[in-house]
Design a protein around this ligand. Structure first.
Ligand SMILES: NC(=O)c1ccc[n+]([C@@H]2O[C@H](COP(=O)([O-])OP(=O)(O)OC[C@H]3O[C@@H](n4cnc5c(N)ncnc54)[C@H](OP(=O)(O)O)[C@@H]3O)[C@@H](O)[C@H]2O)c1
Length: 337
């Protein structure tokens, strides 16, 4: 099968950073679906995993996590899906990814593709939706009627988190810094938008809040940590999805009996936790929200076809850090190689 992979971890400006490769068709294990890929989305995790380092792979490493496609074969233990069904999923960092004509996914990590969405619209959703669901409902365990601040409202995860927080009955303050991202964040349901490049405490006060019950940090945790300690309400909860790059002092959180937690959407699959099925349930629930119009696809940009040249372009866009919503790459067509 055709796929896009890498042997060496190089800057995206290097043509060898992502290359077109031929791979054997993978064989499904007990709980696996073999999915014929129609479209994929590129996330910061793709660019972080591809980032330059000295390691060299013996076999091509296939990146790509978000995908939509059709089930072509199933393992002996599969009970949630049938051959021919359309699925969407966010992958598993421990396995080969979705940037190929076919990919394997454990059925417990996949959902039925929302019926009303195109392949492009559906491919935009799984990774950010699972992250937002897990952060809001499994880590923060949000309660209706409370307030939440979402740092980075217009990015992939922020665009879904803002919508889900509204579905959960919260007052939502999201951050954005440019005209385009402010408009996008408002369009996705934020009650208030404040600027993450200005003094955030002052920004929060301007929209009527001294402190908030929850903070969801979807950008550099170190950069925003002091602000979050000050802005979190006593007994409030902070969840971040971005690793700390430097140590921080957590003493203020002790004084406020505040909670700090992390969310990593690959934890369940990486550690094979007993509740991996939660990701299937999240994608099925999200499909209902999408089909009933409560949740909108966050698709904002489409590139084609799926090959190394297009994926290098997609990685470059994501690395620039100004993405609004999601970027999807659709279809295999190797004629322009
Ligand atoms: N733990 C997990 O499971 C998980 C899952 C998904 C993503 N992540 C991580 O979460 C982060 C966000 O992912 P994403 O896909 O949502 O990102 P993204 O779509 O690439 O985010 C782009 C957005 O970042 C905003 N931004 C730039 N500077 C900012 C700042 N100083 N403070 C706040 N926002 C700023 C930009 O808004 P403006 O242009 O308005 O400034 C832009 O709209 C990434 O680091 C990613 O690796 C973690």
């Amino acid at each position: 099968m055709k796929a896009v992979g890498l042997y060496r971890y190089l800057p995206i400006s290097d043509e060898a950073s992502l290359i077109d490769v031929e791979m054997p068709l993978p064989a499904p294990r007990k709980h696996d679906l073999l999915v014929k890929i129609a479209a994929v989305s590129v996330n910061p995790v793709d660019t972080k995993l591809r980032a330059p380092k000295s390691q060299v792979e013996k076999e091509p490493k296939i990146l790509g996590f978000d995908a939509v496609g059709t089930v072509e074969a199933i393992g002996g233990g599969v009970s949630l899906f049938q051959i021919g069904e359309e699925v969407y999923f966010a992958g598993d960092v421990t396995r080969q990814g979705s940037n190929g004509e076919y990919a394997l996914i454990d059925e417990r990590l996949a959902g039925h593709k929302p019926k009303n969405l195109t392949n492009q619209e559906a491919a935009a959703m799984p990774l950010t939706t699972i992250t937002a669901f897990e952060a809001l409902f499994d880590r923060l365990q949000v309660e209706a009627g409370k307030s939440i601040l979402i740092i980075n409202g217009a990015g992939g995860v922020g665009s879904v988190s803002t919508q889900l927080a509204k579905i959960a009955g919260l007052t939502v303050i999201s951050t954005a810094s440019r005209e385009e991202t402010i408009a996008w964040t408002k369009a996705h349901g934020a009650d208030f938008v404040i600027n993450h490049r200005a003094n955030m405490l002052e920004e929060l006060q301007k929209v009527g809040f001294q402190m908030v019950d929850y903070i969801l940090c979807l950008h550099d945790t170190y950069q925003h940590f002091n602000f979050m300690e000050q802005a979190i309400a006593p007994q409030g909860k902070i969840c971040s999805i971005v690793e700390l790059t430097q140590p921080v002092q957590m003493s203020v959180l002790k004084d406020k009996s505040a909670t700090f937690s992390y969310e990593f959407m690959f934890t369940r699959s990486k550690y094979q936790t007993k509740d991996q099925m939660r990701q299937h349930e999240i994608l099925e629930q999200a499909a209902i929200y999408l089909e009933t119009g409560q949740l909108k696809s966050t698709l904002n940009k489409v590139l084609a076809p799926i090959n190394a040249k297009t994926l290098r372009k997609a990685h470059q866009i994501i690395e620039e850090g100004h993405m609004v919503g999601k970027l999807v790459v659709e279809g295999f067509d190797y004629d322009d190689r």
